[in-house]
Write a protein that binds this ligand. Sequence first.
Ligand code: PEP
Ligand code: MN
Length: 262
Amino acid sequence: MFEKRYPGHSSFFQVRNVHIGKGFTIIAGPCAVESEQALLELAALLNNGAGLLRGGIFKARTSPYSFRGLGEKGLAILEKARENYDLPVMVEFLDQEQISLYAEKVDIVQIGARNMFNYPLLRAAALSGKPILLKRHFSATLDELLYAAEYILELDNPNLVLCERGIRTYETRYRNCLDLSAVVLLKQITHLPVVVDPSHAAGDSSMVEKLALASVCAGTDGLMLEVHDNPIKALSDAPQAITSGQFSQLKVKIERIKSFLL
Ligand code: PEP
Ligand code: MN
């Protein structure tokens, strides 16, 4: 079991000019790409704080009546942001067809929590040859997460980062429970880089900063943050989005914490 997890060794890879697993990487952007103007304005603000730009174009919403993303039109907007600001872009794909049509156009493929157990999708993502960010399913054990990772690694795609984004417990006061023990343990038992998404864990912007800083202390290799310039108006995951101003403040605090940890 776990033939490719190589404990005692840390792997890293490059997404265009940005390293993941070496130094500290921040992936930031809106839950969903909503309009060209909004994304370009946000990308301009994130430009010297985030390493990568995220933005959903195919949204796996719990309700089919919620905003489900701009699709191809959203991808064109992300490509424009990449061109203008030299930010690599990360996009989630929900099925194999989307991977075959669009993976080539993005810099890193996101596999969302709901799809961690979708093995044909993991294989298609691996075979695309693109770097992959694999989110932990909200009910997955760490062994299940590591086996999902093996589906990618065994196809000789080593450019993989795991993402802890909160799990379901009996608690209902926040969206998910951020499992920082997972971050500590994953760093011990696998070579893979691990990033934390405090936004989907918290489900509320008021909790994001502290969870992000706690994740830094737990040894995460980076963060994925949902940022929106008018969170109240966001078309998806509005309650958890931080503003670009809050993002800049958080960046300063991350640097301070990291200097203590050295
Ligand atoms: C997301 O990153 O926008 C997302 C849908 O996250 P998750 O798959 O963790 O729910
Ligand atoms: Mn989201």
